[in-house]
Design a protein around this ligand. Structure first.
Ligand SMILES: O=C(O)CCC(=O)C(=O)O
Ligand SMILES: [Fe+2]
Length: 349
C-alpha cells in the first residue's frame, strides 16, 4: 500500500457545492515535462473514423488508410457509426449523472479502500507532493465477470448495474472490431491484436468520472497528463462541455466533442505490441468554471498473465524490436510510477 494514501477530506464535488477555493495540493505544477496549463488551445484535428465502413468491401480501404494515419500520428480518433444510438448513450450518461447526484452518505457506501483503486473516490496518493485532480470517480473492474467486486457497484440508481453490464458487453464487441481493423490497417492477420486481448481472461475496467465546476480552471487540472496503460480506451465524452486535451508534437490540443462519437485512444500496451508504430498519446483534462463534466472511460487490457510484446510481423531489419516483452503491465506501470520512471521507457530495448 502507498504511504499516505487516504480518501480526501472532501470530495471535489463537495468543494464545488460549498464554493471552496481549491486547496494548494490541487494547484498545477508548472515544473512538469508536458508544458503549461492552457485552457483553450486549438482544436485537435483528430480523424473521424466511420466504423460502418471498416468492414464494407468497397469503402474499407480508404477508412483503413485513415485509421492507420490516425494511429501513427495522433494515437487516437473519433469513432462514429459504432452501433450505439444517441438515446442509448444519453441513457448511460443519465445513469452516471444520477449516481453522482446521490447524497454523499449514499455514495460513501462505495468508497474505495485505502491502497486500492476500485470504488468511488479519488486517485491513490503515492507521495506527499502529488498534485490532486479536480474530479471524483467510480472505478470498477467490469471483466472478467468473476472478478467483479459487486460491493463497489452502486445499487442506486436501480438500473445502474444492468446498464453498466450491458455497456460492458457492447464495448467489448466494439473493441474487437477496432482491434481487427488496426491489424488490417498494418496488413497483419485480422486476429493478430484481438487474440492477445480476448483469449480467456480479457480485462475491461471502467472509470466513471465527474469533473465538477472549478473556480480556478487556469490553475487546476481535472486530470493530470498521462498516457493510458491499456490496450485501447474508449471514452464517452460529455456532450455539453469540452475538457479533454491531447499532446501532439509537444503542443496541446483540445479534443472536440462530437455528441454520439466514442473517442478512442491507444494505451501503452498497443504502442508496445505495434513495435512503436502506433502511438499511446499523452492526454489530460482541464476544468471549467461554470460547467461540470461527466465522462465514461472504458479500458481494455490483455490477460495480465500473458506476456505481451511487439508482434513478430512488425519486427524486421529496417524496424528492429523497440520493446521487450512484459507481463502484467498494470502492475509494472504502477511500480514504475512509484519510482518516478515512465513505464514505456522502462520496457524500451
Ligand atoms: O475524462 C476524460 O475525458 C479522460 C479520462 C482519462 O483520460 C482516463 O480516465 O484515463
Ligand atoms: Fe486517460
Amino acid at each position: 500500500m502507498a504511504a499516505g494514501d487516504s480518501l480526501p477530506a472532501k470530495t471535489a464535488q463537495q468543494m464545488a457545492i460549498d464554493g471552496d477555493q481549491p486547496p494548494s495540493k490541487y494547484m498545477f505544477n508548472n515544473n512538469n515535462k508536458f508544458g503549461g496549463l492552457q485552457t483553450s488551445p486549438p482544436f485537435a484535428p483528430v480523424p473521424i473514423i466511420d466504423m460502418s465502413r471498416l468492414f464494407s468491401c468497397c469503402k474499407q480501404e480508404t477508412e483503413l488508410v485513415k485509421l492507420r494515419s490516425a494511429l501513427t500520428t495522433w494515437g487516437c480518433f473519433q469513432a462514429v457509426n459504432h452501433g450505439l444510438s444517441d438515446s442509448y448513450l444519453d441513457n448511460l450518461r443519465g445513469v452516471i449523472k444520477q449516481f453522482f447526484e446521490l447524497p454523499l452518505e449514499e455514495k460513501r457506501k462505495y468508497f474505495r479502500e485505502t491502497g486500492s483503486v476500485e470504488g468511488y473516490g479519488n486517485d491513490m496518493t503515492y507521495s506527499e507532493n502529488q498534485v490532486q485532480d479536480w474530479c471524483d470517480r467510480l472505478f470498477l473492474r467490469l471483466l472478467p465477470q468473476d472478478q467483479r467486486k459487486l460491493r463497489f457497484w452502486p445499487k442506486n440508481p436501480l438500473n445502474f448495474r444492468e446498464t453498466i453490464d450491458d455497456y460492458t458487453m457492447k464495448i467489448k464487441s466494439i473493441s474487437v472490431v477496432i482491434f481487427e481493423a488496426m491489424s488490417k490497417s498494418l496488413d497483419l492477420e485480422e486476429s493478430c491484436f484481438s487474440k492477445q486481448f480476448t483469449e480467456q481472461h480479457d480485462v475491461l475496467q471502467g472509470r466513471f468520472i465527474l469533473y465538477p465546476p472549478c473556480p480556478a480552471p487556469d490553475q487546476v487540472l481535472g486530470l493530470k497528463a498521462h498516457s493510458d496503460r491499456s490496450g485501447i480506451t474508449l471514452l464517452l465524452q460529455d456532450p455539453g462541455v469540452e475538457g479533454l486535451q491531447v499532446l501532439n508534437d509537444g503542443k496541446w490540443y483540445m479534443v472536440p466533442v462530437i455528441h454520439d462519437a466514442l473517442f478512442v485512444n491507444l494505451g501503452d500496451q498497443m504502442q508496445i505490441m505495434s513495435n512503436g508504430i502506433f502511438k499511446s498519446p499523452v492526454h489530460r483534462v482541464v476544468t471549467n468554471k461554470e460547467k461540470g463534466r461527466i465522462s465514461v472511460a472504458m479500458f481494455t487490457e490483455p490477460d495480465p498473465n500473458k506476456e505481451i510484446g511487439p508482434v513478430d510481423a512488425l519486427v524486421d531489419e529496417k524496424r528492429p524490436r523497440v520493446y521487450k516483452t512484459v507481463k502484467n503491465y498494470a502492475v509494472f506501470n504502477h511500480e514504475c510510477f512509484q519510482k518516478g520512471v515512465i513505464a514505456l521507457d522502462a520496457v524500451k530495448i
